[in-house]
Design a protein. Structure first.
Length: 307
């Protein structure tokens, strides 16, 4: 019933919500093609990484899906999201609240929002990326959708220039083997090439432990697999839903003798990093923050972009 009422509500508002300006471009995206306005003024973003793309382009959305943690935005976003309306979460979009914002462009992802694409398209022109894995290609699509294709290309180029500067500053350490371990409620994971952190680490040129040097996002493991996490450096992160289970698993694992006996741990080269930056937000701001984390952890004085 709630699905039907939301759909009816959106349809009732349709005559007043369609943008009055003539569309200026046809964007090809994950759901086909969409006519978008020349300079959209009221943008709603339904993914965290899409929100970061808009912020990097200097376009603060009128509404956005809340961050996976924070109140309601990730700490690394600072005050950039002041005044932005929350329109639910990535997995539970509030269509009524979204429609009331009268957007002239909606950005989302096929992986998260394919089922509600018809309702979203009835509210405003809607453009979807496939998923959040490749923030660089997504950045270019988002930029094209708001008439800023050149700016999007420049932002990706700036990220790539930062990667090159960091790689040079790391010297022989750029060939280190690095391990990424994540604690979530009830489960321990190691992260692989296709994860967000994996993409950034691959860009730098780091190697990965054998079990992590595989295609795919992540692998659920038990504590008996801790010896397979050995590396020159380890980055570990914790996602907690507020009930403390993720943090508890982290504490238990760090006390495990198998963890304590890892050479990377004994050498002091296991570093806790922010989950929003390294895993959940998956945007270009987070990618640049990852580069700064790595530069700081390795003690380099490389000059990276401040955004």
């Amino acid at each position: 019933m709630r699905f039907l009422s939301s759909l009816c509500f959106c349809a009732a508002l349709l005559p007043t919500l369609l943008p009055g300006a003539l569309s200026a471009a046809e964007i090809t995206h994950a759901m086909g093609t969409t006519e978008v306005p020349d300079t959209p003024k009221k943008i709603v973003v339904l993914t965290n990484e899409g929100t970061e793309a808009m912020l990097m382009l200097g376009k603060t959305p009128v509404g956005a899906a809340s961050s996976w943690y924070g109140d309601p935005w990730y700490p690394h976003l600072g005050d950039r999201m002041a005044g932005v309306e929350v329109v639910g979460t990535e997995l539970a979009v509030n269509l009524e609240r979204l429609a009331m914002l009268e957007p002239d462009l909606i950005l989302g992802s096929k992986k998260r929002h394919e089922e509600i694409y018809p309702q979203l398209s009835a509210i405003a022109p809607t453009v979807f990326v496939v998923n959040a894995t490749d923030f660089k290609d997504n950045m270019k699509l988002y930029a094209s959708s708001v008439g800023m294709e050149a700016e999007g290309e420049a932002l990706v180029s700036a990220y790539e220039a930062d990667v090159a500067r960091l790689r040079s500053a790391l010297g022989e350490n750029a060939g280190d083997t690095v391990s990424v371990v994540r604690f979530v409620p009830g489960q321990l994971y190691v992260y692989r090439h296709d994860s967000f952190s994996g993409v950034v680490l691959n860009d730098i040129g780091f190697k990965r432990p054998e079990v992590q040097a595989q295609d795919g996002l992540a692998l659920a493991v038990g504590k008996e697999s801790i010896p397979n996490m050995e590396a020159d450096r380890m980055f570990y992160l914790t996602y907690d839903t507020g009930n403390g289970e993720g943090t508890a698993l982290e504490g238990e694992t760090l006390k495990d003798p198998l963890w304590a006996n890892l050479e990377v741990v004994k050498a002091g080269n296991a570093h806790k990093v922010d989950d929003g930056v390294w895993a959940t937000s998956q945007g270009i701001l987070a990618a640049r923050a990852m580069l700064r984390d790595i530069a700081q952890i390795y003690g380099t004085d490389v000059d990276l972009s401040s955004n």
